[in-house]
Ligand binder design. Structure first.
Ligand code: FES
Length: 476
């Protein structure tokens, strides 16, 4: 076995994988997508966000339950298992629940059977075991994860005090705010380098010889904008950029908890700029939880951070905007064959460049359904779009190894919400947002009196629109 390889054990089988990757990607590269089950119905789940933000990749690793395998590096001899989610009643009950799912809508147990109290207690005792993420196989297995004498590692923590103006997110919007701010600013981002979630992918396309994506105007404009911002940042010693730092919680009145690989930190602020962007949102369609269906941000991380090998694979890319073109270009540069279904109009130069490259590109259809075809492939079915005329457009089926859905992202508002910002469901913004939010900036005061500015994709603004606006501004 080469020095660059390690062996891990999955389902009783030994798997040889690269050392420089995560457990989730190691399994994915071996064609294993189904790595967990949904707690309620026991439905197959695979990696979804690839950033430790959901629960789709939770597995038992060396006996330790609930390990996020998308962020866990492989190690020689590691034993990886699927957890027995919902095992209290077992698969037959899960199947019954699945059949009668409409009788058990999300959160029904909070709303029904609350009175009388004695009946409520009985009901909750019955219903609670249906949830949860599994049972430990036995007690000795659980403690085996921590050898005798070894202590649980606790991250050291420190208190930074008031940092004045704190910007969370160093994507284009966060950088622009930092560059325009008066006085010193601290800006943090969970990526090591400034530039946001697309920066590494744009940089890779730009710097890989022979990729030649110059005809994709949106990619050129996005890369140019990013380069400009990073150059300006390098000339500003009063802006303290801290990479690899993630904001993980907000406590009222104005405290933020942050962490990096080595420590936890708490800080208060007078002014916070929330530029944390958006999370992948796959949209509503049958099969949106099929393992192998991911969003563009997950695709960037899997391809760039984890080096996912897609050589020779067919990948379906659906949607529109900057992420659609960036995902397709990145996949092609890594040796994948892309099938594109574009759900937006416009982008004439990109469409003709794609056709000239020989990409399979279809327009005027909408996604009806995605289903698994075995462990390592899926099939998507499309129907004519609502406004598509004529018989030339009919139903279409496309098979691919995996699919990337590039829709509108869902604004990431978790920490402002924890700090007291009131949110309401606003579909036009892509999810929950403060009432009256207006892209690309939104200013308000938190209950603590500290000011909060939300900007960029966190307001529901579309990244493609921001790039094009910027292109117009710089060329006028
Ligand atoms: S937490 Fe691992 S895929 Fe979301």
């Amino acid at each position: 076995m080469s020095k660059e390889n390690v062996k891990i054990n999955f389902a009783g089988k030994s798997i040889v994988c690269r050392t420089d990757t995560s457990v989730g990607v190691a399994l994915w590269e071996k064609g294993i997508r189904h790595i967990s089950r949904s707690p309620k119905y026991g439905k197959p789940r695979g990696m979804s966000c690839a950033r430790g933000h959901c629960t789709s990749c939770l597995m038992r690793v060396d006996g330790e339950p609930n390990v996020r395998t998308c962020e866990t590096p492989v190690r020689e001899g590691m034993v990886v298992e699927i957890q027995d989610a919902g095992a209290f009643y077992g698969p037959p009950m899960q199947k019954m629940l699945s059949i009668g799912g409409s009788l058990f809508p999300v959160g029904f147990y909070y709303k029904w059977f609350t009175k009388p109290a004695v009946l409520s207690r009985f009901f909750l005792d019955q219903i609670r075991p249906l949830t949860g993420v599994g049972r430990l196989p036995n007690a000795s297995h659980a403690v085996a994860a921590l050898p005798a004498g070894e202590e649980v590692e606790v991250l050291p923590s420190s208190e930074l005090g008031n940092v004045g103006h704190l910007i969370i997110g160093a994507g284009p919007s966060g950088l622009m705010e930092a560059l325009q701010a008066d006085g010193p600013v601290t800006i943090i981002d969970d990526n090591q380098e400034p530039g946001g979630q697309r920066a590494a992918a744009l940089e890779a396309l730009h710097s890989t010889p022979g990729t030649n994506f110059d005809r994709f105007e949106i990619l050129v404009a996005a890369h140019k904008r990013l380069t400009q911002l990073k150059e300006e940042l390098a000339d500003r010693p009063d802006i303290n950029f801290r990479g690899g730092v993630r904001a993980i919680a907000g406590y009222q009145p104005s405290c933020v908890v942050m962490r990096d690989e080595f420590k936890l930190e708490t800080a208060s602020f007078d002014c916070m700029t929330w530029a944390a962007g958006a999370l992948d949102s796959l949209g509503l369609f049958p099969g949106n939880d099929t393992p192998g269906v991911i969003g563009p941000r997950a695709a960037y991380r899997l391809l760039q951070r984890d080096g996912l090998n897609v050589q020779g694979q067919r990948v379906l890319v659906i949607g529109g905007g900057l992420d659609f073109w960036l995902t397709a270009a990145l996949l092609e540069s890594r040796g994948a064959t892309v099938s594109l279904v574009m759900t937006e109009t416009g982008y004439q130069s990109e469409v003709s460049a794609a056709v000239d490259r020989g990409w399979q590109l279809t327009t005027g259809l909408q996604l009806s359904n995605i289903s698994s075809r075995g462990e390592n492939a899926l099939e998507a079915t499309f129907a004519p779009g609502a406004t598509t005329p004529g018989p030339a457009h009919s139903h279409l089926k496309i098979e691919a190894q995996f699919a990337v859905i590039c829709g509108r992202g869902k604004p990431a508002y978790d920490i402002p919400y924890q700090l007291g910002l009131e949110l309401t469901a606003q579909p036009q913004c892509g999810g929950y947002a403060p009432r009256g939010v207006q892209a690309p900036r939104f200013e308000t005061n938190l209950k603590s009196g500290s000011s909060l500015l939300v900007c960029g994709e966190a307001t529901g603004a579309l990244p493609a629109q921001q790039v094009l606006d910027n292109k117009k501004a710089t060329s006028s």
